[in-house]
Design a protein around this ligand. Structure first.
Ligand SMILES: [Zn+2]
Length: 204
């Protein structure tokens, strides 16, 4: 069902650059080979919103290759870092939207800032990642929910595996708040059998 969903060039490029940022160029080439995506070695997509045949499941294949090569703990650290660096790249790549959001948020409370940011990012990334991200606010926590999460397609695990998105949300929230006084956790994951990957943002 999700096999035909594609990532925009820009979205897949940012993912590859973020992995490279953490494991280096040779490490990335090894991961791409392991993921059966050798066609991308030294051949990243350009930074635009066109689609070049990058399937959503490629993200999951890259993540699984990282688990295979570095183990769960190693992969978790790499993916969270790569998610954070993806957030910073995304902010830089979407400079106008990002700056407008930050200016608009300036006088808001922490909660309202985070709400504005998550709503804006969910709208932007749903389009780039070919999915529908929903933001919920239960008055205590925020939830980021993705029922077509590309990080864990065709993956079965006993524990949540979508650490890239944990790092990504963490990077975004840290950017708007200018502090790290909050927690992000994946509380349900499709790889564990949940209908959607769901992340909880807990402000202190
Ligand atoms: Zn997941």
């Amino acid at each position: 069902m999700t096999e035909n969903v594609e990532l925009a060039n820009k979205a897949f490029r940012v993912i590859l650059l973020a992995v490279e940022d953490v494991v280096g160029k040779n490490g990335t080439s090894a991961i791409l080979r392991q993921a059966n995506l050798a066609q991308y070695i030294d051949n990243y997509p350009p930074s635009n919103m066109e689609h070049g045949g990058h399937k959503l499941e490629y993200m999951s294949r890259i993540n699984r290759a990282l688990f295979d090569v570095y183990g769960r703990r190693g992969a978790r650290a790499i993916l969270q870092r790569s998610g954070k660096s993806r957030a910073l790249d995304a902010i830089a790549e979407n400079g106008v939207v990002a700056n407008a959001t930050k200016i608009a948020a300036k006088l808001l409370s922490r909660r309202r800032k985070v709400k504005l940011l998550l709503d804006t990012a969910a709208k932007e990334y749903s389009e780039q990642l070919g999915t529908t991200i929903r933001i919920e606010d239960d008055g205590e926590f925020f939830y980021w929910q993705d029922d077509k999460c590309g990080n864990c397609i065709d993956w079965q695990s006993e524990q949540p595996v979508c650490f890239t998105t944990v790092g990504f949300i963490h990077g975004l929230v840290a950017w708007i708040l200018e502090d790290e006084n909050f927690k992000v956790e994946e509380i349900a994951c499709r790889a564990v059998g949940a209908p959607a990957c769901r992340y909880q943002v807990k402000l202190n």
